[in-house]
Design a protein around this ligand. Structure first.
Ligand SMILES: Cc1cc2nc3c(=O)[nH]c(=O)nc-3n(C[C@H](O)[C@H](O)[C@H](O)COP(=O)(O)OP(=O)(O)OC[C@H]3O[C@@H](n4cnc5c(N)ncnc54)[C@H](O)[C@@H]3O)c2cc1C
Length: 448
């Protein structure tokens, strides 16, 4: 990259990446827990895909039983720390809190959950759960992200011998390699992995199924398999100049940022991020926090069609991100490295099959933005190359098709959950899927 941004002082990086929602002190947690109305119909619990018994865990914090509170949370969700820190709570539990109806601040459920689970890990994970005796059945989990880990934990407690096959050097999936460092720490994800391992689960890292071990091998070794492979890379933009130095995939960029070796991550002075989903917002705010002077989002539709959550949009605006709506990139210009991005103005036509208005270029409206880095964040797709190797595996709209209750796929030996079945939602959905699939696998293998 020609114009690498000025590197920042170590303390400046720490300040820029400081947690958005810091931990509660004991007094703050107790006071907040005592605000809870413990509603009989718990709308917050219904709004959580893992259906944590929120009123009970909050009551336990209020009465000083913090370990019991952690147990209540973990009984429903094995990925509870990540969810506490990274869930879009405004859209889920806190959004459903009855205080909203009274125009008052909802209970800070995410921070209370974090309080209980942080204490649990700080205390060295005192034993709360005992795996059932081994039942002689073995399950292989492909992918060690939140869906795979949740499935593995649940099955191990039910007495199964469980092996997780993870292609990367560290498990955790996007919890380890994707979620913004101002939301959660790398170590948080490592703690969750340790908890799952403490139930007797074997995690084989650096083991990509289809490359280091074959699917046929796994089918021979295990009585059932769970697919928690997530999604692949962002597709190419398919415009000239994509091979220039300084054009990067959002996930590659974000992965380097999550390792917290910030001074080692190259970032341009003027960065354009293509796309307007949550990944694009993470990439643009992380580029800003690394020291980029000018950061912008290029999106071919308008603000109304953006898939990013409102609070992510607000965060980006507070980071001085410039939004170029109704704008599409047509060419990346440079001599070896990125120097500018040529764009064209767009207008919106009739809605497409998904109900999103179709963008159309405005002839002759091309213009050029001087930039030295382009980050591609136009959405991810499932890894067809891998999934197509599984015999009789039915896909629907690019996602693995499963029974919504058991998570069994069209190939009865395979179950699936997380992003590869929902096309990319949240960690909490992956955690819920993994747990439900474990129950489905248990029913299948017990012939119930
Ligand atoms: C940049 C970004 C930021 C996000 N931020 C948030 C957030 O703040 N809050 C939130 O709730 N959600 C967030 N999400 C969404 C969330 O991370 C995902 O929904 C969730 O991680 C999906 O879990 P998963 O287990 O399905 O897949 P993943 O987390 O993608 O895990 C899949 C795992 O499978 C492994 N794998 C794939 N193929 C193979 C193979 N053939 N062999 C072995 N291993 C394989 C991968 O290496 C990976 O570890 C974010 C997503 C992205 C992309």
């Amino acid at each position: 990259m020609k114009n690498i941004a000025v590197k920042l002082a170590p303390e400046q990086y720490e300040e820029n990446f400081a947690e958005l929602h810091p931990a509660f002190t004991k007094n703050q947690a107790t006071a907040e827990a005592n605000r809870c109305l413990f509603c009989f119909d718990s709308p917050c619990m219904n709004a959580c895909p893992t259906h944590i018994d929120i009123a009970t865990f909050i009551k336990k914090i209020a009465t000083g039983n913090v370990r019991g509170s952690a147990k209540t949370i973990l009984e429903s969700n094995w990925i509870a720390l990540t969810c506490a820190k990274a869930c879009p709570v405004d859209e889920l539990c806190e959004g459903a809190c009855v205080y909203n109806e009274r125009g008052e601040k909802p209970i800070e459920i995410g921070r209370l959950q974090r309080y209980a689970i942080d204490r649990y890990f700080e205390q060295g994970m005192p034993k709360l759960f005992t795996p059932a005796p081994r039942n002689g059945r073995s399950v292989g989990i492909v992918g060690g992200g939140p869906s795979g880990l949740a499935c593995a934990a649940e099955l191990a407690l039910l007495g199964y011998e469980v092996t997780v096959y993870e292609g990367k050097a560290t498990a955790g999936g996007l919890d380890t390699w994707g979620i913004a460092p101002y939301k959660m720490r790398f170590q948080d994800s490592l703690n969750e992995i340790k908890l799952v391992e403490s139930f007797g689960v074997t995690i084989k890292t650096n083991t990509k199924v289809g490359r280091d071990v074959s699917l046929a091998d796994l089918e021979r070794r295990h009585h059932a398999l769970f697919l928690g492979v997530g999604l692949g890379q962002s597709p190419d933009l398919r415009i000239p100049g994509e091979d220039l130095t300084g054009v990067v995939d959002a996930l590659d960029f974000i992965e380097r940022v999550t390792t917290r070796k910030w001074s080692a991550v190259d970032v341009g002075k003027r960065v354009a991020v293509i796309g307007a989903g949550n990944t694009a917002i993470d990439a643009v705010t992380e580029a800003k926090r690394l020291g980029a002077e000018q950061v912008m989002i290029i999106y071919r539709r308008s603000a109304q069609e953006m898939s990013a959550y409102d609070f992510e949009f607000e965060l980006a605006k507070s980071d001085s991100v410039q939004f170029h709506f109704l704008t599409a990139p047509t060419r990346i210009i440079g001599n070896g490295a990125v120097e500018a991005l040529e764009c064209i103005r767009m207008t919106l036509g009739a809605p497409d099959a998904k109900g999103k208005k179709t963008p159309k270029p405005v002839p002759g409206s091309e213009f050029t933005l001087p930039v030295d880095m382009v980050i591609k964040a136009i959405g991810q797709k499932t890894s067809d190359a891998f999934l197509s190797q599984i015999s009789a595996l039915k896909m629907e709209n690019g996602k693995v098709a499963v029974n919504p209750v058991t998570h069994q796929s069209s190939n009865p030996k395979y179950f699936a959950g997380g992003d590869c079945i929902n096309g990319g939602k949240e960690v909490v959905n992956a955690a819920a899927d993994g747990k439900r699939a474990a129950r489905g696998i248990d029913a299948y293998l017990s012939s119930r």
